[in-house]
Write a protein that binds this ligand. Structure first.
Ligand code: ADP
Length: 354
């Protein structure tokens, strides 16, 4: 059963902007789905439509099998965590956690005993015991974010929505929180939709990643599958640092040509004829004495464990990633302005129509 379903969901804003263009996507129960794409591609719009904060222009959204298009936000059973935590500054962490539950009235009223039990559970899960009696301003960014997550979780949402929840944190804390979020998801198992433009977050957090460009879904698959078998050159270039090398050209009789660059395609691509975009990951480009592409080293970025070689191959720039412990031939030869040879016809190479 899918917990959330977008069916040809479209959002056109009043000024004519098509923010989301016929999105069809299912999120399974218990799944951690990441909506990934560059800024402005429509990720937050998808989340806001699901939350009921915006009206849907066309199409449908279902939660737990029921159409929710006309349901007010409060009736959708969702928990939300956004970039800004918006904790109540005058309340302790404990009170912040309980506040949303105390507001419930009528059928949804939660007893004080139940509130205590849920707050206790969130405290344990999110490691908040030491800060329970503190006010938000006395907490670190990471602790505040954990409280914000706890506040969403105590409501036992059917679906948890998170929109760039880590983007206000510094790099180290972000790395730690990323790890914690994954651990947390494994512990509580709530169906989660998570929006980010950060491909590392997507790769590490997601059970499945849905990659969006200009309001359109490009691919939805397990992260490694999207990395290894991208559906098109957009996905290929969006996942991976440094980005995949993409060379626009054309193939004929097993030879790929792009301007002055020409090389034999690997066996699995040799049947391709006509225009195409050849793609090879920087980590798969081997620099050495052999290889049928001659290039000049234009520059090297040394990052510590890795070095990125920028190679000029007949007017096409190719990036090669050399990893220190890899012990490969790359790196040992490549000084700036030297001529080297690379082999692009590797088994992992891809070719795209668009
Ligand atoms: P993302 O979350 O991927 O950064 P958004 O979903 O926020 O992108 O926005 C998608 C597109 O819709 C962008 O072009 C944005 O400028 C536009 N947009 C967002 N909100 C509105 C609005 N209220 N009115 C008009 N255009 C909007």
């Amino acid at each position: 059963m899918s917990d959330v379903e977008f069916i040809e969901t479209t959002k056109v804003y009043d000024d004519g902007t098509v923010a989301l263009d016929s999105l069809s996507l299912r999120v399974r129960k218990g799944e951690f789905l990441v909506l990934l794409g560059p800024s402005g591609c429509g990720k937050s719009t998808a989340l806001r439509l699901l939350a009921g904060l915006e009206d849907i222009t066309r199409g449908e959204i279902r939660i737990g099998g029921s159409r929710v298009n006309d349901l007010p936000p409060g009736a959708r059973g969702l928990g939300m965590v956004f970039q800004s935590y918006a904790l109540y500054p005058h309340m302790t962490v404990r009170a912040n956690l309980a506040f949303g539950l105390r507001r419930n009235r009528g059928d949804t009223r939660v007893s004080e005993a139940e509130i205590s039990a849920r707050v206790e559970e969130a405290t344990e899960l999110l490691d908040l015991r030491k800060v329970l009696e503190k006010k938000p301003r006395e907490l670190s960014g990471g602790q505040q974010q954990r409280v914000a997550i706890g506040r969403a979780l105590v409501r036992r949402p059917k679906v948890l929505l998170m929109d760039e929840p880590l983007s206000n944190l510094d790099a180290r804390l972000r790395n730690r929180m990323r790890f914690e979020l994954r651990r947390l998801h494994e512990a509580h198992g709530t169906t989660t939709l998570y929006v980010t433009h950060d491909q590392v977050e997507a790769m590490t957090l997601a059970d499945r990643v849905a990659i969006i460009s200009e309001g359109r879904l490009q691919q939805s698959s397990r992260p490694l599958e999207a990395y290894n078998r991208p559906a098109n050159s957009f996905v290929a270039s969006f996942l991976g640092t440094p980005a995949m090398n993409l060379i626009e050209g054309a193939a004929e009789r097993g030879v790929f040509t792009a301007g002055e660059l020409s090389f034999a395609l690997p066996e699995h691509l040799a049947g391709w004829t006509g225009p195409g975009i050849f793609g090879v990951r920087p980590e798969d480009v081997r620099i050495g004495e052999s290889g049928d592409v001659r290039c000049r080293v234009g520059g090297v970025e040394h990052l510590g464990s890795d070095s990125i070689y920028h190679l000029d191959a007949g007017g096409n720039w190719i990036r090669a990633l050399w990893h220190r412990s890899g012990g490969g031939a790359a790196g040992s030869d490549g000084e700036e302005h030297r001529d080297v040879r690379v082999d692009l016809a590797v088994p992992s190479a891809l070719i795209f129509k668009e």
